[in-house]
Write a new protein. Structure first.
Length: 284
């Protein structure tokens, strides 16, 4: 098994999360099992899933097949899943979480997250009460949210007296969400980036800026972007179903961006997201 020393990020609840994880969005339930198995073999110790991805059973099979559902291997692994938006609410969240644990074949998950803020049907406050109970019961270690803007984080805090430990948002060189990132830093909320390469679109960003930096270091454009995230202190969950790319996405610590290179990537920020608008989107 390859050995990678992934940095750990200390969260506001004291838990440590591996800075690099594997995302499993858009991988079907059957196909996700070998993908997670190969990632664990490559050295990943952080798997990011969700009820809305419709593949939790496949993730659970991979964890069971590789021995990561119990004992010391389980303790070494960070598993995140997310509540389906249609199941927000106190009672429905409690039922959903029981089902999700069963599918994952786990006694607990390391992080449970609200997937979208759904401001048009806000139930985050009452849902969070169920989340707090899961944590008190020892079935969840850390509570997080995804796609929350500052106004959503303010409202959640007003209703529950608590900020999440993590806010997972779309974040990449051409969509840096600086206002959200600054708010999170000011409130000790760790930022986690999904679509960290804009689903591949940012590999060619800046008229070859990323490619030129990659050539200077003898690495891939993907590694340059992921290294930029690492240097920013962002948690990243790049998705790859290919073993060699999974390994490359972990192998980010043999080079350092110069201040000029880092600034050049900072300058790629733009007005266009690759994914959905948190004011309107929901996983049904």
């Amino acid at each position: 098994m390859a050995t990678f020393h992934t940095p750990m990020i200390t969260l506001n609840d004291g838990n440590l999360i591996p800075q690099i994880g594997l995302g499993v969005l858009r991988i079907d339930d059957e196909g996700v099992t070998p993908v997670v198995e190969s990632a664990l073999e490559a050295g990943y110790r952080h798997i990011d899933g969700a009820a809305g991805y419709n593949n939790e059973a496949g993730v659970g099979r991979a964890l069971k097949n590789t021995g990561f559902t119990e004992g010391e291997l389980r303790k070494s692994l960070w598993v995140t899943t997310k509540l389906r938006d249609s199941e927000q609410g106190y009672d429905s969240a409690r039922k959903a979480f029981d089902r999700q644990l069963s599918l994952l074949q786990l006694d607990y998950v390391d992080m449970y997250m609200l997937h979208w803020p759904t401001p048009f049907d806000w139930r985050s406050g009452e849902t969070w009460k169920a989340f707090q109970e899961f944590r008190a019961e020892g079935r969840v270690r850390t509570l997080g949210v995804c796609n929350f803007l500052p106004e959503h984080l303010d409202r959640l805090h007003e209703e529950t007296g608590e900020y999440p430990a993590v806010n997972q948002i779309e974040l990449h060189p051409t969509w840096q969400q600086r206002e959200v990132v600054d708010y999170c830093k000011a409130h000790s909320i760790a930022v986690e980036a999904y679509s960290p390469m804009a689903r591949g679109a940012d590999l060619n960003a800046g008229n070859g800026t990323i490619e030129r930096i990659a050539a200077a270091h003898g690495v891939t454009p993907a590694q340059v972007i992921l290294r930029w995230h690492i240097e920013n202190g962002t948690i990243i969950i790049p998705k790859s179903a290919h073993v060699e790319r999974q390994k490359q996405n972990l192998d980010l610590f043999g080079f350092v961006l110069t201040p000029e290179e880092h600034a050049a990537i900072d300058a790629l920020d733009g007005p266009t997201r690759a994914g959905h608008d948190p004011m309107t989107f929901t996983y049904a």
